[in-house]
Design a binder for this molecule. Structure first.
Ligand SMILES: Cc1cc2nc3c(=O)[nH]c(=O)nc-3n(C[C@H](O)[C@H](O)[C@H](O)COP(=O)(O)OP(=O)(O)OC[C@H]3O[C@@H](n4cnc5c(N)ncnc54)[C@H](O)[C@@H]3O)c2cc1C
Length: 359
């Protein structure tokens, strides 16, 4: 059995940020990550202006990694289209590039090491080993860890799908400085350019739509392309690689409490609807605040859950409209008349306070 002062399980943005900040505070945390090489996590790859600030505080400049600038959002619902400026310059970057850059700043990482189950202060590994620790930072993101799993989403759960569209001059012109959001019945798709010129198409869609397509993601995407012609035009650029999927995303979930010594970070702390483009921002903010709380021996989970409440609630309301064509069409008509409304909506879905600004 091994003993560590601080153990971080998961090397996504939340886990890596926590490791960097603990090291800055003079601790020697160990981070375990189950993937041997940095995977390209299923994610929209959109980094908001606030997320860019938080990354800057960690010494990571996405533009130096080739990120594409994003200055406007274009929304589609049925035959309607609205474009509006973002409140600040944002970016599109693959998660392989982002996670790789963050993990490169972490001193003690053990890769290819998976936690099998855990309880506060103790983690059992897949290889049969066991690690005990004073502080356990749970940063397994979309993945549940036995013993500390989040409740399962009920009803008609949401799944994430992702495919890449091959780099092409037409796509590059269409998506220059733009993130697109295509809204449709029971879901939406985000589309943004990434550092290699390919476009990342990421969808959040209710399970019932996949079932209606015979359970085949490719058939669902074909159906969505026919239903939303502008999305269909973009899909015409051709997918490079298979469709990836992740099931049962518990949007709106927040960890309101945790036992002493356990810090839930990122998606294990709060899950914001993806169309807000704030999941990575929450991951970085949760790491900053958890480390500050750990060092000061102050409470973390309840105040962080309170800080996440407003962005999650507002993003949830926007998502409820976005996924219903009968509401999304009129909402876009309103935005067409008053595009300035998008600015406040986007600001209100950012994590508040100065959680993501602490150096
Ligand atoms: C469809 C979709 C689109 C999205 N688009 C965006 C977007 O455009 N912008 C944005 O900001 N957010 C977006 N998000 C949200 C964002 O992806 C997450 O909020 C963010 O990845 C959370 O970071 P994390 O570090 O908590 O978890 P993750 O990024 O999921 O990282 C968890 C890490 O833990 C590792 N791990 C898991 N289990 C174990 C284990 N048992 N042992 C060891 N290691 C383990 C994994 O391999 C992984 O590396 C999107 C989410 C979805 C579903």
């Amino acid at each position: 059995m091994r003993r560590e002062t601080a153990l971080i399980v998961g090397g996504g943005p939340a886990g890596a940020a926590a490791a960097i900040r603990l090291a800055r505070a003079g601790h020697r945390p160990l981070l375990i990550e189950r993937e041997r090489t940095t995977a390209d996590a299923l994610c929209g790859g959109f980094l908001s202006w606030r997320t860019l600030e938080a990354l800057g505080a960690l010494g990571v400049d996405p533009f130096a990694l080739g990120a594409r600038a994003v200055t406007q959002v274009r929304l589609f619902a049925g035959a309607r289209t609205v474009a509006a400026a973002l409140p600040g310059r944002a970016a599109g970057l693959s998660r392989r590039a982002l996670d790789g850059a963050l993990l490169a700043r972490v001193d003690a990482v053990e890769r290819g090491v998976a936690a099998r189950e855990a309880e506060p202060g103790r983690v059992r590994l897949d290889d049969g080993g066991e690690v005990t620790c004073d502080a356990l930072f749970l940063a397994t993101g979309k993945h549940e860890l036995r013993g500390l799993a989040r409740p399962r989403a009920g009803g008609d759960p949401v799944l994430g799908l992702r495919l890449r569209l091959a780099a092409a001059p037409g796509l590059a012109r269409l998506l220059a400085e733009t993130i697109e959001l295509h809204l449709f019945d029971r879901g939406y798709a985000g589309l943004v350019l990434q550092e290699d010129g390919s476009a990342n198409l990421c969808l959040a869609v209710h399970r019932s739509r996949l079932d209606a397509a015979g359970g085949r993601p490719e058939a669902l995407i074909d159906a969505l392309g026919r239903e939303s012609p502008r999305l269909g035009e973009r899909l015409g650029a051709g997918a490079s690689g298979p469709v990836q999927a992740v099931a049962n995303i518990p949007y709106g979930w927040r960890a309101e409490a945790a036992p002493p010594g356990l810090y839930r970070l990122g998606d294990q702390a709060a899950v914001i609807p993806s169309l807000a483009g704030e999941g990575i921002g929450i991951a970085l903010a949760s790491a900053a605040h958890a480390v500050a709380a750990c060092v000061r021996r102050a409470p973390f989970q309840p105040p962080f859950a309170r800080a996440a409440a407003r962005p999650l609630r507002i993003a949830g309301m926007i998502r409820d409209i976005a996924e219903r064509p009968g509401l999304a069409g009129p909402a876009l008509a309103l935005l067409g008349a008053a595009p300035w409304l998008l600015g406040p909506a986007m600001r209100l879905t950012r994590i508040g306070g100065d959680f993501d600004r602490k150096g």
